[in-house]
Ligand binder design. Structure first.
Ligand SMILES: [Zn+2]
Length: 278
Protein backbone atom coordinates (compact mmCIF):
# COMPACT_ATOMS: atom_id res chain seq x y z
CA UNK A 1 0.00 0.00 0.00
CA UNK A 2 1.43 3.40 -0.88
CA UNK A 3 2.36 5.17 2.34
CA UNK A 4 3.09 8.82 3.04
CA UNK A 5 6.70 8.70 1.76
CA UNK A 6 5.61 7.21 -1.58
CA UNK A 7 2.88 9.80 -1.91
CA UNK A 8 5.33 12.58 -1.13
CA UNK A 9 7.85 11.21 -3.64
CA UNK A 10 5.06 11.05 -6.22
CA UNK A 11 4.03 14.62 -5.40
CA UNK A 12 7.53 16.00 -5.80
CA UNK A 13 8.07 14.20 -9.05
CA UNK A 14 4.73 15.20 -10.56
CA UNK A 15 4.98 18.79 -9.29
CA UNK A 16 8.35 19.18 -11.00
CA UNK A 17 6.86 18.07 -14.32
CA UNK A 18 3.28 19.35 -14.25
CA UNK A 19 3.07 22.57 -12.26
CA UNK A 20 2.33 25.53 -14.51
CA UNK A 21 0.88 23.39 -17.31
CA UNK A 22 -2.71 23.60 -18.50
CA UNK A 23 -4.95 20.54 -18.60
CA UNK A 24 -5.85 19.71 -22.21
CA UNK A 25 -7.98 16.63 -21.93
CA UNK A 26 -9.22 14.13 -19.38
CA UNK A 27 -10.02 10.55 -20.34
CA UNK A 28 -11.80 8.41 -17.78
CA UNK A 29 -11.70 4.75 -18.85
CA UNK A 30 -13.13 3.44 -15.58
CA UNK A 31 -14.96 5.73 -13.20
CA UNK A 32 -15.69 3.12 -10.54
CA UNK A 33 -12.90 3.86 -8.11
CA UNK A 34 -13.54 4.05 -4.37
CA UNK A 35 -16.05 6.77 -5.24
CA UNK A 36 -17.16 7.43 -8.82
CA UNK A 37 -14.92 9.81 -10.75
CA UNK A 38 -17.19 12.83 -11.51
CA UNK A 39 -18.69 12.72 -14.99
CA UNK A 40 -18.06 16.43 -15.40
CA UNK A 41 -14.33 16.17 -14.68
CA UNK A 42 -13.20 16.50 -18.29
CA UNK A 43 -15.33 19.59 -18.90
CA UNK A 44 -14.30 21.07 -15.56
CA UNK A 45 -10.55 20.67 -15.98
CA UNK A 46 -10.13 21.51 -19.65
CA UNK A 47 -8.00 24.62 -20.06
CA UNK A 48 -7.28 25.06 -16.36
CA UNK A 49 -3.69 25.55 -15.31
CA UNK A 50 -2.21 23.43 -12.51
CA UNK A 51 -0.86 26.05 -10.16
CA UNK A 52 0.55 23.89 -7.40
CA UNK A 53 0.51 20.34 -6.17
CA UNK A 54 0.30 19.84 -2.41
CA UNK A 55 -0.16 16.88 -0.12
CA UNK A 56 -2.31 16.41 2.95
CA UNK A 57 -1.77 13.05 4.67
CA UNK A 58 -1.92 10.63 1.72
CA UNK A 59 -4.11 12.88 -0.42
CA UNK A 60 -2.60 14.76 -3.33
CA UNK A 61 -4.13 18.20 -3.78
CA UNK A 62 -3.86 19.37 -7.38
CA UNK A 63 -4.54 23.09 -7.08
CA UNK A 64 -6.02 24.35 -10.34
CA UNK A 65 -7.24 27.85 -11.09
CA UNK A 66 -10.86 27.14 -10.15
CA UNK A 67 -10.64 24.40 -7.59
CA UNK A 68 -8.69 21.42 -6.31
CA UNK A 69 -8.50 17.91 -7.67
CA UNK A 70 -8.18 15.54 -4.70
CA UNK A 71 -6.55 12.21 -5.46
CA UNK A 72 -5.68 9.19 -3.35
CA UNK A 73 -3.76 6.07 -4.34
CA UNK A 74 -5.83 3.71 -2.20
CA UNK A 75 -4.34 0.22 -1.83
CA UNK A 76 -2.55 -0.17 -5.12
CA UNK A 77 -2.64 3.04 -7.13
CA UNK A 78 0.21 4.81 -8.87
CA UNK A 79 0.66 7.70 -11.27
CA UNK A 80 2.94 7.51 -14.27
CA UNK A 81 4.05 10.47 -16.29
CA UNK A 82 4.61 10.20 -20.03
CA UNK A 83 5.48 12.70 -22.71
CA UNK A 84 2.07 13.57 -24.13
CA UNK A 85 0.68 15.14 -27.27
CA UNK A 86 1.72 17.05 -29.26
CA UNK A 87 5.29 15.87 -28.61
CA UNK A 88 4.50 12.33 -27.50
CA UNK A 89 1.89 9.76 -28.40
CA UNK A 90 -0.73 8.47 -25.99
CA UNK A 91 0.73 5.21 -24.69
CA UNK A 92 -1.21 1.98 -25.13
CA UNK A 93 -3.63 1.55 -22.30
CA UNK A 94 -3.16 -1.33 -19.86
CA UNK A 95 -6.00 -3.12 -18.18
CA UNK A 96 -5.65 -1.25 -14.90
CA UNK A 97 -5.11 2.21 -16.37
CA UNK A 98 -8.24 4.12 -15.43
CA UNK A 99 -7.69 7.84 -15.97
CA UNK A 100 -5.52 10.03 -18.20
CA UNK A 101 -4.95 13.66 -17.31
CA UNK A 102 -3.45 15.20 -20.39
CA UNK A 103 -1.48 18.41 -19.99
CA UNK A 104 0.56 20.41 -22.49
CA UNK A 105 3.11 17.83 -23.71
CA UNK A 106 2.66 15.67 -20.60
CA UNK A 107 0.33 12.87 -19.68
CA UNK A 108 -0.43 11.73 -16.11
CA UNK A 109 -1.97 8.26 -16.03
CA UNK A 110 -3.58 6.65 -12.99
CA UNK A 111 -3.12 2.89 -12.67
CA UNK A 112 -4.98 1.13 -9.88
CA UNK A 113 -5.57 -2.64 -10.02
CA UNK A 114 -7.72 -2.78 -6.90
CA UNK A 115 -9.57 0.49 -7.55
CA UNK A 116 -9.61 1.74 -3.97
CA UNK A 117 -8.09 5.01 -5.13
CA UNK A 118 -9.99 8.26 -5.53
CA UNK A 119 -10.23 11.24 -7.86
CA UNK A 120 -12.62 13.98 -6.74
CA UNK A 121 -13.16 17.62 -7.64
CA UNK A 122 -13.53 20.35 -5.03
CA UNK A 123 -14.61 23.62 -6.67
CA UNK A 124 -13.19 26.88 -5.31
CA UNK A 125 -16.77 28.00 -4.70
CA UNK A 126 -17.09 25.29 -2.02
CA UNK A 127 -14.47 27.03 0.13
CA UNK A 128 -11.10 25.87 1.43
CA UNK A 129 -10.25 22.33 0.42
CA UNK A 130 -8.99 21.71 3.95
CA UNK A 131 -12.63 21.66 5.04
CA UNK A 132 -13.53 18.88 2.64
CA UNK A 133 -15.05 15.98 4.61
CA UNK A 134 -12.11 13.74 3.70
CA UNK A 135 -9.59 16.24 5.04
CA UNK A 136 -11.30 18.15 7.83
CA UNK A 137 -10.70 15.61 10.60
CA UNK A 138 -7.08 14.79 9.84
CA UNK A 139 -4.41 15.09 12.53
CA UNK A 140 -1.17 17.06 12.21
CA UNK A 141 1.30 16.45 9.40
CA UNK A 142 4.36 14.60 10.73
CA UNK A 143 6.83 16.65 8.70
CA UNK A 144 5.37 20.07 9.48
CA UNK A 145 6.72 22.27 12.27
CA UNK A 146 3.55 22.02 14.35
CA UNK A 147 4.07 18.30 14.97
CA UNK A 148 6.47 17.80 17.85
CA UNK A 149 6.84 16.10 21.22
CA UNK A 150 4.49 18.50 23.03
CA UNK A 151 1.76 18.01 20.48
CA UNK A 152 2.17 14.24 20.66
CA UNK A 153 2.25 14.37 24.46
CA UNK A 154 -1.05 16.30 24.49
CA UNK A 155 -2.63 13.90 22.00
CA UNK A 156 -1.70 10.86 24.07
CA UNK A 157 -3.04 12.05 27.45
CA UNK A 158 -5.81 9.85 28.76
CA UNK A 159 -5.43 7.38 25.91
CA UNK A 160 -5.38 3.72 26.89
CA UNK A 161 -4.71 2.33 23.40
CA UNK A 162 -1.17 1.11 22.77
CA UNK A 163 1.17 3.73 21.36
CA UNK A 164 1.53 1.68 18.17
CA UNK A 165 -2.21 1.74 17.56
CA UNK A 166 -2.51 5.40 18.47
CA UNK A 167 0.18 6.35 15.98
CA UNK A 168 -1.59 4.33 13.28
CA UNK A 169 -5.02 5.78 14.07
CA UNK A 170 -4.28 9.11 12.40
CA UNK A 171 -5.68 11.60 14.90
CA UNK A 172 -2.42 12.19 16.81
CA UNK A 173 -0.42 12.32 13.59
CA UNK A 174 -1.32 11.44 9.99
CA UNK A 175 0.41 9.27 7.46
CA UNK A 176 2.42 6.95 9.70
CA UNK A 177 1.57 3.56 8.24
CA UNK A 178 2.30 0.13 9.66
CA UNK A 179 5.89 -0.16 8.47
CA UNK A 180 6.83 3.29 9.66
CA UNK A 181 5.11 2.88 13.03
CA UNK A 182 7.25 -0.18 13.84
CA UNK A 183 10.40 1.50 12.58
CA UNK A 184 9.76 4.75 14.50
CA UNK A 185 9.04 2.95 17.78
CA UNK A 186 12.27 0.99 17.38
CA UNK A 187 14.22 4.17 16.70
CA UNK A 188 12.69 5.79 19.77
CA UNK A 189 13.29 2.73 21.98
CA UNK A 190 9.63 2.47 22.93
CA UNK A 191 7.75 -0.81 23.51
CA UNK A 192 4.87 -0.76 21.00
CA UNK A 193 2.48 -2.18 23.62
CA UNK A 194 2.85 0.69 26.10
CA UNK A 195 -0.46 2.50 26.69
CA UNK A 196 -0.12 5.84 24.90
CA UNK A 197 -1.22 7.82 27.93
CA UNK A 198 1.69 6.46 30.00
CA UNK A 199 4.44 7.92 27.82
CA UNK A 200 6.43 10.74 29.39
CA UNK A 201 6.90 14.03 27.60
CA UNK A 202 10.54 13.16 26.94
CA UNK A 203 9.58 9.86 25.32
CA UNK A 204 6.94 11.60 23.22
CA UNK A 205 9.62 13.98 22.04
CA UNK A 206 11.87 11.06 21.10
CA UNK A 207 9.03 9.39 19.23
CA UNK A 208 8.04 12.54 17.33
CA UNK A 209 11.66 12.97 16.29
CA UNK A 210 11.91 9.32 15.28
CA UNK A 211 8.73 9.55 13.17
CA UNK A 212 10.10 12.54 11.33
CA UNK A 213 13.50 10.92 10.83
CA UNK A 214 12.09 7.60 9.59
CA UNK A 215 9.70 9.26 7.14
CA UNK A 216 12.38 11.61 5.91
CA UNK A 217 14.78 8.71 5.32
CA UNK A 218 12.11 6.85 3.38
CA UNK A 219 11.31 9.89 1.24
CA UNK A 220 15.01 10.39 0.56
CA UNK A 221 15.29 6.74 -0.43
CA UNK A 222 12.54 7.25 -2.97
CA UNK A 223 9.65 5.82 -1.02
CA UNK A 224 9.08 2.29 0.09
CA UNK A 225 7.60 -0.53 -1.84
CA UNK A 226 5.21 -3.30 -1.02
CA UNK A 227 4.98 -5.74 -3.90
CA UNK A 228 3.18 -3.88 -6.64
CA UNK A 229 4.05 -0.28 -6.00
CA UNK A 230 6.37 1.69 -8.25
CA UNK A 231 7.02 5.40 -7.83
CA UNK A 232 5.87 7.89 -10.41
CA UNK A 233 9.03 7.72 -12.45
CA UNK A 234 8.88 3.95 -12.57
CA UNK A 235 11.72 3.26 -10.14
CA UNK A 236 11.09 0.76 -7.39
CA UNK A 237 11.42 2.15 -3.88
CA UNK A 238 14.24 1.01 -1.66
CA UNK A 239 12.77 0.95 1.82
CA UNK A 240 12.68 -2.81 2.57
CA UNK A 241 16.45 -2.94 2.30
CA UNK A 242 16.67 -0.35 5.06
CA UNK A 243 14.02 -1.65 7.45
CA UNK A 244 15.55 -2.28 10.86
CA UNK A 245 12.71 -4.30 12.38
CA UNK A 246 9.81 -4.51 9.92
CA UNK A 247 9.60 -7.96 8.35
CA UNK A 248 12.69 -9.14 10.29
CA UNK A 249 11.07 -11.44 12.85
CA UNK A 250 13.50 -14.06 14.05
CA UNK A 251 16.48 -12.18 12.64
CA UNK A 252 19.05 -10.50 14.85
CA UNK A 253 18.36 -7.01 16.12
CA UNK A 254 20.85 -4.73 14.39
CA UNK A 255 21.58 -3.03 17.72
CA UNK A 256 21.66 -5.79 20.37
CA UNK A 257 21.65 -9.05 18.41
CA UNK A 258 18.55 -10.53 20.07
CA UNK A 259 15.86 -11.91 17.78
CA UNK A 260 13.29 -9.42 16.49
CA UNK A 261 9.77 -10.35 17.57
CA UNK A 262 6.52 -10.18 15.68
CA UNK A 263 3.22 -9.57 17.46
CA UNK A 264 -0.23 -8.62 16.20
CA UNK A 265 -1.89 -5.44 17.45
CA UNK A 266 -5.30 -4.45 16.13
CA UNK A 267 -4.90 -7.10 13.41
CA UNK A 268 -1.70 -5.47 12.17
CA UNK A 269 1.76 -6.99 12.53
CA UNK A 270 4.22 -5.19 14.76
CA UNK A 271 7.93 -5.95 14.71
CA UNK A 272 10.08 -4.97 17.66
CA UNK A 273 13.04 -5.77 19.89
CA UNK A 274 12.14 -6.61 23.47
CA UNK A 275 15.57 -5.56 24.68
CA UNK A 276 15.95 -2.24 22.86
CA UNK A 277 12.35 -1.15 23.31
CA UNK A 278 10.96 -0.61 26.80
ZN1 LIG B 1 17.68 -4.88 20.09
Amino acid sequence: MPELPEVEVTRRYMASLLEGRAARAVRVYERRLRWPVPRSLAATLAGQRLQRMDRRAKYLLWRFEHGVLISHLGMSGSWRIYPGPPDGAIPARGRHDHVDLEFDSMLARLTDPRRFGALLWHPASAGEVERHPLLAGLGPEPLEADFDGSRLFQATRGRTASIKQLVLAGDAVVGVGNIYASESLFDAGIDPRVPAGRLSRARCTRLAQAIRAVLTRAIDAGGSTLRDYASADGAQGQYPLQARVYGRDGLECLVCGRPIRRIVQGQRATYWCARCQR
